[in-house]
Design a protein around this ligand. Sequence first.
Ligand SMILES: [Zn+2]
Length: 415
Amino acid sequence: MTVEDPVLKLSLEILKERPLCDSCLGRLFARMGYALENWERGYAIKTLLHMRLVSELRRGADVMEHLKSLARAHKPTRRFLASIGVHVQEEQCYVCGGLLAGVEKYAREAAVRLGGIEFDTFVVGTTLPKEVLERESEIVKKYLITAGESIKHEVNRRIGRELLRLLSGKRVDKLRPNVVVRINIATGEISIARNPVLVGGRYLKLSRGISQAQKLGSVRATLLEKLSYIRELFGGVEHVVHAAGREDSDARMLGAGRPLVVEVKQPARYKAEVAPLVDDDIIFAPEGPVTRDEIRRLKERSRVSVKLYRALVHSERPLAEEELARLSELSGRVVTQYTPRRIRRRSPRRKRTRMVYEVAWRRVSGHVFELYVRCQGGLYVKEFVHGDGGRTTPSVAGVLGSGLEVVELDVLAVE
Ligand SMILES: [Zn+2]
């Protein structure tokens, strides 16, 4: 054997043991000679080997076994040998079994399936038969291949490239793709997952009896229902709302509103101009697309953010201005609350503590006063006012020594 070039020498050594298709041979040397597809590299190696071996045979060298090995996976060599009366059977590629030859067909199928969706970005993931991966790693280990590319990488790359060609104007986005194309090469199954559309914004609630999502008791309508126009706009199957905390359904949400993300699941399109919603109950001001991280930040922030509430309070006994002045002692206090009676059926019994930063008031009449509370997010404000039968301490009712009832509650600011 007089083939001296290291790539040719190693290739011949491998081909003597295992027939490999052009792609699977070329892939072993993928990092040698960029801008060549693996099959081009593999085909070139086989062509060179063919030329060397044929000229050596003509010089009288004993290379017939080498030629027969090469011929199993190289048509020109089979043709040459046939011309001198030696017939060799074509054999399937040891690693991929011929799978790689037409792998682009999956891209064509996927492109058809993606036809009904208006999207910008995608990513392709493939599942290869386990045996293929095992046989590949066997070759890589045995011949100490260090400049190769993995078969999975080649398949993803080739299908991705073909999809890019077929779907002009689309981009690959590995981090946050609109759609995820999954192809199981073993079974031929193609699945397409449409990632949700996330629209960020803020909402104001101008009237009472509106909840975020649950329609219980005196709730007339939900924010969720009112925002269904966004689901329709994107042609989604379902939508949910993620807000930075929530107010009671009978409380208004005023001021600059509360941050909210509308998630539209399985949308049919990804680009649409979301118009603001303004009706008698709700204002929703969209602020543009957001990422899932934003939902997480929203939820985290709602626990530490500062809220400003206004409550209209009715007192059992008339209160004088001097008595209300006692409320200043509640500013800067830590309030301990056991799960309120009104929600105990829905929540487990827990103790929580929240800061009340500032309390201010305005006497309206003997029995009625307005209360302003600046506090940490998560304070049960109604309970802070009436004391919830001693479950919340300190409380406004406790300080004033009178039974209190919250007539109206508004959130004025979510800071
Ligand atoms: Zn192959």
